[in-house]
Design a binder for this molecule. Structure first.
Ligand SMILES: *Cc1c(COP(=O)(O)O)cnc(C)c1O
Length: 401
């Protein structure tokens, strides 16, 4: 009778298309963990996919801080920040981050995803211009969409292109937004160069340092600190607490005026329950531990150096990354799945990353390294990669992306 298209049919169709293109995702449950080992479907795997770059997620300092805070504050914050949910551990975390990072103010969000939605949706209106790197994280693009801003994407790391897009619309208020470390490639933005573009074009610069925080710069203060810069050059940054800090949540650090505007206006801050105080306590302990134990950052960089040297020698294509994200470019989605499966058979978890997370034809094994990987564990992965190279399917010509 009715001609109305059925949404359920369309969703089934979309999933079927993904499946036909070797793009179906599998949700697998980790049933146990010990050190870097995880148990999945009864199989024990050495995990090379975690974002726990400093090995803090299982550090006793974090667990102790969390337990103490649970004793004092219970399990939940019970309300949004502005309605009684903002507890002392949340405030302590923010004040510590401000002092350590040298930013006037920090504001805690429940996730990096929400923090990015908050920053973009609050700063931008529909007639504004938002210029972003093509390979920016999905939530940065979503933030610009949520704001309804004019979103223009420039070729990856092509700052001349970024500047041209800004210069073409000088009458609009504008924001220039980039990952500081790109999440699927591991390369870093040139902070000085992007700062100069933002200044010349009078655009508000916002950097997402989800993967540089804890990893780069003095004491792991991140990509901006590594460039010797701070709030004068980069007025807004987002730092996740769920990656190198081994905890959960995110901080936006910035000028007083910017952060105050977020507290007043940002909907993903206003209309959500504050994170459990114990989680904030764990994040504070993570920052303190990262600073007190510089060996974590040092060990991570030693692992990165060994991995890059030895895996390049095996003839694989690495990406321009000096960070914990060390993807091996394979190309075709199906072949990349075969690689991931072959590594899985040998006891290693290194997932295939495919379209739409990365461009078509650029599927990759996304290997991430951690200070917690022992030299022996890394050597075992490299040996498995050497054997993988010998597999017949590795030398078959590619058919499609
Ligand atoms: C992981 C990630 C986020 C989201 O952070 P969550 O705390 O996991 O929500 C944002 N930006 C980048 C670049 C990321 O890699």
């Amino acid at each position: 009778m009715s001609q109305r298209p059925l949404l359920a049919d369309r969703l089934r169709q979309s999933v079927a298309e993904r499946e036909a293109a070797s793009l179906r995702r599998q949700l697998r449950t980790v049933t146990a963990q010990q050190g870097n080992w995880i148990w999945v479907d009864g199989q024990r795997l050495l995990n090379f996919a975690s974002n726990d770059y400093l090995g803090l997620a299982q550090a006793p300092e974090l667990a102790a801080a969390m337990q103490q805070a649970i004793q004092k504050w219970g399990s939940g914050a019970t309300a949004a920040h502005l309605l009684g949910g903002h507890r002392e551990p949340h405030a302590a975390l923010e004040r510590y981050a401000e002092q350590w990072l040298g930013y006037p103010r920090a504001l805690l969000f429940s996730t990096g995803y929400m923090a990015n939605l908050a920053v973009l949706d609050t700063c931008l209106q529909s007639h504004d211009l938002c210029v972003q790197d093509r390979l920016n994280h999905a939530c940065l693009l979503d933030g610009a969409r949520l704001a309804g801003a004019r979103l223009k994407r420039y070729r990856h790391q092509d700052l001349a292109h970024a500047e041209a897009l800004l210069a073409a619309e000088p009458e609009r208020a504008a924001m220039l937004v980039s990952d500081a470390v790109f999440s699927m490639d591991g390369d870093q933005v040139d902070v000085r160069a992007i700062t100069a573009v933002a200044e010349r074009q009078q655009a508000l610069l916002f950097l997402d340092d989800a993967h540089g925080f804890g990893v780069l710069g003095p004491e792991g203060k991140g990509t901006v600190a590594a460039a010797g810069l701070g709030v004068e050059s980069v007025p807004l940054q987002m730092l996740t607490l769920g990656k190198s800090m081994g905890s959960f949540g995110a901080l936006v650090v910035g000028t007083d005026a910017m952060i105050d505007a977020l507290v007043q206006l940002a909907r993903p801050f206003l209309f959500t329950t504050a994170m459990p105080p114990a989680v904030a306590a764990a994040s504070l302990a993570a920052m303190q531990t990262a600073r007190a134990q510089p060996w974590r950052q040092e060990a991570l960089h030693r692992r990165i150096d060994v991995f890059r040297t030895e895996v390049a020698d095996l003839g694989y294509t690495l990406m321009a990354s000096q960070t914990a994200i060390q993807p091996i470019l394979i190309g075709e989605a199906g072949k990349t799945l075969q690689c991931a499966a072959a590594l899985g058979e040998r006891g290693f978890y290194a997932p295939a990353i495919r379209y739409p997370t990365v461009p078509k034809g650029e599927a990759r094994l996304r290997i991430t390294l951690s200070a917690s990987h022992t030299e022996a564990e890394l050597a075992a992965l490299i040996e498995a990669l050497r054997q993988l190279r010998q597999q017949p399917f590795m030398n078959e010509p590619s058919t499609c992306g």
